[in-house]
Design a protein around this ligand. Structure first.
Ligand code: ADP
Ligand code: MG
Length: 261
């Protein structure tokens, strides 16, 4: 069998804890992700979703095991793995266009080409008319679309998204979910999408990695066998969609009930 784009084996992470102890945040993670797959990581708060994503991004070093991307061991960040994290704020002193151009200029893309690529991406996220605005003049949803465009500008093969729509209102979140699926269907990037929203995970994903805490590990991997393209309003009445949502909600609930604190 051909190697998958991302191969994670025996991955673990521990942090220093008070009193010189170690806190085991993740242990024994085994996961393969194929090129072009949309995989969500779902689990209770504190189970290690962000830590796993940061390790794949190369922002946090593994304590045990390894991650390979295209056969190469991950030892640090790469423009091939583009983060869209909530806390990755835009530069407030740069315009929308300058924010999207920034990474391209750092990569020495000539100014005119960088400008054109950035404008094309702003068009894609429906923000071309806001190119000269500053981030503080935009809504939360618009800012997150700028952040997505800024990451897409690098042309990463893999998008790493950590609850990117978590802070948005339900209507804006649904819109951005549709936009993200549109981008993904066009470019077939590999997406790893962290969320604690069951319906969001089922709507977006090919597979859902359900995690448990204490220490963090994979509880179950669920195949989302729903046809595409998916329309949110149609899915709500879809029997299989309902089964998947119910199954995951039950699993999450029983995990939370099992946490004694
Ligand atoms: N930099 C850090 N230092 C110490 N502990 C950390 C650090 N980052 C995360 N942790 C711990 O690792 C565990 C998983 O955290 P995190 O990955 O943020 O979970 P999630 O994203 O699923 O909510 C938590 O117990 C958290 O306290
Ligand atoms: Mg997190």
């Amino acid at each position: 069998m051909a190697a998958k784009l991302i191969e994670i084996s025996a991955l673990g992470k521990s942090f220093a804890a008070p009193g010189g102890a170690r806190h085991q945040a993740l242990a024994g993670i085994e996961l393969s992700v194929g090129a072009g797959e949309f995989v969500s990581i779902l689990g209770p708060s504190g189970c290690g979703k962000s830590t796993l994503l940061y390790m794949i991004g190369g922002f946090v070093a593994a304590s045990e095991g390894q991650i390979r991307v295209d056969g190469e061991r991950v030892t640090g960040p790469s423009p091939d793995r583009g983060p869209v994290f909530q806390e990755f704020a835009l530069f407030p002193w740069k315009t929308v266009l300058q924010n999207v151009m920034y990474g391209l200029r750092v990569q020495k893309v000539p100014r005119e080409e960088a400008r054109q690529r950035a404008m094309d991406l702003l068009d894609l996220v429906h923000l071309a008319a806001y190119a000269d605005f500053y981030p503080k003049q935009l809504s939360g949803g618009m800012r997150q679309r700028v952040a997505i465009a800024r990451t897409l500008a690098y042309r990463p093969r893999i998008l790493l998204m950590d609850e990117p729509f978590g802070a948005l209102d339900a209507h804006t979140r649904t819109r951005l979910q549709h936009e993200l699926l549109g981008i993904w269907e066009r470019d077939r990037k590999t997406v790893l999408f962290v969320t604690h929203g069951v319906d969001e995970a089922v709507f977006l994903s090919d597979r859902i990695v359900l995690m448990h805490g204490g220490p963090g590990g994979i509880e179950e991997i669920v195949d989302v066998d729903l046809p595409r393209p998916r329309v949110r309003a149609d899915l709500i009445a879809n029997r299989r969609y309902q089964e998947l949502v119910l199954h995951l909600e039950h699993r999450l609930e029983s995990m939370q009930a099992g946490v004694g604190s």
